[in-house]
Design a protein around this ligand. Sequence first.
Ligand SMILES: Cc1cc2nc3c(=O)[nH]c(=O)nc-3n(C[C@H](O)[C@H](O)[C@H](O)COP(=O)(O)OP(=O)(O)OC[C@H]3O[C@@H](n4cnc5c(N)ncnc54)[C@H](O)[C@@H]3O)c2cc1C
Length: 447
Amino acid sequence: MGAQWIHGPSKQNAVFQLASQYHLLDEAAMSEENQAVQLNTHLPAVSICYTSSGKRVDPEISASMEELYSVLILKSREFFQSKAEPVQSLGEFLKREIARCAEEWKDDEEVCNLKLALLNVEFKIECCVAGTDSLDLLALQPFGEYVILPGIDCTFPSGFNSLIDEMMKSLPKDIVSFNKPVKYIHWNGSFKTPEAPEHSYSVLVECENGEIIPADHVIVTVPLGFLKENYETFFRPPLPPSKINSIQKVGFGTNNKIFLEFEEPFWEPECDLIKLVWEDESPLNNRSPDLQKTWFRKILGFIILKPAERYGHVLLAVLAGQEANFMEQLPDSEVKDCLTQVIHQFTGNPLIPPPKNILRSKWHSDRFTKGSYSYTEVGSSGDDIDIIAQPLPSKSAKEQPLQVLFAGEATHRTFYSTTHGALESGQREADRLRDHYWLHISRNPKL
Ligand SMILES: Cc1cc2nc3c(=O)[nH]c(=O)nc-3n(C[C@H](O)[C@H](O)[C@H](O)COP(=O)(O)OP(=O)(O)OC[C@H]3O[C@@H](n4cnc5c(N)ncnc54)[C@H](O)[C@@H]3O)c2cc1C
């Protein structure tokens, strides 16, 4: 329902390192060649584009638009190094460049419109990768600070959970509590317990079931979406204004998945991705506000899960933003019928049987996530990510240091929105605590 690929599986990727250590990846993913490839996309290689009038797009035209988009994205990433950006958002910049390029196209109107429709699919893909509703929300200047690691994205043959299973094996039994939501984090206190009356704890974690856990330090890894909704009540005393400001500024959106399982495949075996090209769409036009009638248009296409021996015949539709939020409210039957119609329309084949099963994520309705992952929204920058990551109380304060630490993808300045970012941020905070105690011990050798 969530993370599926290791993005950029290579030596600098902490998830890849762990997965390799545990021998969880297949030969292709482990090969040096795979690790060396530098791509600028997170999507599978072989794609076929179908149009809303049931035709297949000439692969030469679709490849040329993919290439144009990739050049423009590289150009967008360069503003990170420069002092001034021409416009605020990635969307505005791309649209300006596309309009400029379109003026030079010598094709007839139909082909020009098709090219714009193809570029619109790239916008939808980018929205999913970033977890945002619109590229107009993505800040242009910090866009290039997100680091795309080398390596062709790979999956875990036994699922992403195999990594968690291995990590759990190295921990003492029963040390991890599940299904125990935290209600409040009390900090800056001096809490005593009957078991250790001589020790004062700075932090108390209060769970929804009434359980209270005293601690010297707590590392908070709740999603930014949860923080945005709950920062006022979750921390007692409240967070400092600078942290609240950054929590509000950094973006957090929805990326949802819809899995459709078919009895038989209707796609070609070599195809990895079916892109859906709505011929009347263009990145230069505004999209319709009527979500009931148009939510499914935000789906970029269908990723084909491979190998079939492992997954069965399964297509994965992905969509982001307010359309993804809207989809969560609909019943399974409506989503299934709607996507069956879309498949009939785009393949031009009304005889394809409907999927036998549907499974989908609802990341926005989940009160513990309220979305999928973070992005640098217009008005925010990497500095805000660093501010969210700063431990409390701040260094200048006289109180017991490192009471509340922050980790999770939204606290990683260059790898936000990924599992390797989340993992590295946890290691960063563990190192912070380790260093704190090393310093303490080295200053007090008797300890
Ligand atoms: C659809 C989708 C696809 C993705 N695909 C990929 C991918 O292919 N590759 C990749 O690298 N990344 C991917 N990601 C991103 C990746 O899943 C996240 O970046 C990563 O899981 C973030 O880890 P985290 O620990 O910061 O937060 P999370 O994984 O969100 O974990 C935070 C946890 O805190 C819990 N929580 C919240 N509030 C409370 C509370 N009050 N008390 C107790 N617990 C609480 C939540 O329930 C949750 O379990 C994807 C994400 C989504 C949603």
